[in-house]
Design a protein around this ligand. Structure first.
Ligand SMILES: [Zn+2]
Length: 477
């Protein structure tokens, strides 16, 4: 029996308009390289940092939603090291006195404790051109990212499996997005994760060395990298292989971790208090004000959905698991005026399409008013639920209105009794053996006849009327 011990260090970019210590824009995705820079964020000697109040507000907000203690006294420190993406040769961070201590997030009823959360600045971004194997030809530096405020969130080693680590990251991101603290976009680097893992053999208390996996940039990879490392460490323990405390990276193409550096290479950062920034003192009024700006969070929203829309808890929890999804649902209900109808469609068909196409809610082609159209088409018996399921992927992919698709493809339900009766009479004539069996008590064959009608009408027959006519004709005599 082995026990897995995992702790996470997460860096998240705060959603401020300007950088942590200067007034440059943080919009590094819609800018050309080195567009949003100034002497402060490019580390010119003699420049002075000025703290962005917005970053402090967001850090406090994060502290509050993660149940943390907001420290009224915190302070900035210099973390000294050399790397080309760090022009000052030191990073401003909060080493000794973080802005938030303690806190927790609940995952399936279990508390995962947060040890601390602190403010720091992001570094510049490096690009390497040329192949990685021979000597690199050129490297480029983009300082647009340099100085963007980061919140580092450090958990206690309370996580016990790779899937729990993934769930933690997903919940954290969801809460950060709900409270508009960060976009939480892992692919764009707005949320980055380092994971520590070690293994204990519960039978003899033998412990593996601790391994840190650096810079994991997707939820899937958090789980995959930890699964790989968990297995590797257990194998090493079983084979009694001498291990070293090391830092490893995740190679997502080869699906394995690789060594980056050992603990012996670790540098002493010579932290000392940042002389150019005064200690950060927060008042109760300030913290109370931030508390008052926190809007509806997922649990509250789920409760409201259950009451306002009369939804089961299961539906409400899935729909509120993502803020954009919850907003989309509410817009659709405004048009369809039937919450359960919308909820069913979203939870089965829409979520399936989103997953299959790897899409984001923000970029959907399907419009909320289409849910109103679909409801109308169903209520007026123009289409069956089978046709609805059939056309949903096309509505999703093309963004064409359901009414147009139904008209274009001639999918309107056959509702006309005499027309249906004609079709059914033909089917009965064509299958005398089955009719005989039915009459001799094999009532299950009704399904066979319904199937035949649907085949002949390409699924367009009104199911209820089909049933009625079939029963009437089969039970005759
Ligand atoms: Zn700047």
């Amino acid at each position: 029996m082995y026990k897995t011990i995992i702790g996470l260090e997460i860096h998240t970019q705060l959603l401020t308009k300007t950088k942590a210590f200067c007034s440059c824009s943080t919009d590094h995705f819609n800018s050309i390289p080195n567009q949003n820079i100034c002497p402060i964020c490019t580390g010119h000697p003699g420049t002075l940092p000025a703290l962005n109040e917005e970053a402090v507000k967001l850090a406090v907000k994060a502290g509050l939603i993660f149940n943390g203690t907001i420290n009224k006294f915190s302070r900035f420190d210099r973390k000294n090291y050399f790397y080309p993406d760090l022009a000052k040769n030191y990073q401003i961070t909060q080493h000794f006195f973080p802005i938030v201590s303690n806190g927790y997030i609940t995952i399936e009823g279990k508390k995962i404790r947060i040890k601390r959360m602190h403010l720091e600045e992001d570094t510049a971004k490096m690009f390497h051109e040329g192949d990685q194997i021979s000597t690199a030809q050129e490297s480029f530096l983009d300082f647009n990212r340099s100085g963007i405020p980061l919140l580092e969130i450090v958990t206690e080693p309370d996580i016990e499996s790779p899937s729990e680590a993934r769930m933690f990251m997903e919940k954290l991101r969801n809460l950060l997005r709900y409270a508009e603290i960060s976009t939480g976009d892992m692919e764009k680097g707005a949320l980055r994760c380092d994971a520590n893992i070690s293994i204990v053999n519960l039978e003899n208390n033998q412990t593996s060395k601790r391994v840190e996996i650096k810079n994991i940039n997707s939820f899937k990879f958090v789980e995959k990298a930890l699964e790989f490392e968990q297995e590797r460490l257990i194998k090493n323990l079983e084979a009694n292989i001498k291990m070293i405390q090391e830092t490893r990276g995740w190679d997502s193409t080869r699906k394995e971790t690789f060594p980056m550096r050992t603990k012996e290479d670790d540098v002493d950062y010579r932290y000392f208090p940042e002389p150019d920034l005064p200690p950060l003192i927060l008042t109760d009024e300030f913290i109370d004000h931030i508390r008052s700006t926190i809007t509806e969070m997922p649990e509250e929203k789920a409760k409201r959905f259950m009451i306002q829309y009369d939804l089961p808890q299961y539906d409400a929890e899935i729909l509120t698991s993502d803020k954009e999804l919850a907003d989309f649902f509410e817009k659709c209900v405004k048009h369809a005026k039937d919450a359960k109808f919308v909820s069913n469609l979203i939870m089965t068909d829409l979520l399936r399409e989103l997953k299959e196409n790897d899409d984001e809610i923000e970029n959907l082609k399907i419009k909320p008013e289409f849910f109103g159209e679909l409801k109308e088409l169903m209520d007026s018996n123009k289409i069956s639920s089978k046709i609805l399921k059939d056309i949903f992927p096309e509505i999703y992919k093309t963004g064409k209105s359901p009414k147009d698709i139904v008209k274009e493809k001639g999918l309107e339900q056959i509702d006309d009794e005499s027309e249906l009766r004609k079709i059914i009479e033909e089917i009965i004539k064509e299958n005398p053996e089955e009719v005989e069996k039915y009459k001799n008590g094999k009532k299950k064959l009704l399904g066979f006849f319904v199937g035949e009608v649907m085949k002949k009408t390409k699924g367009k027959a009104n199911p209820q009327k089909t049933n009625e006519i079939l029963l009437e004709l089969l039970e005759k005599e």
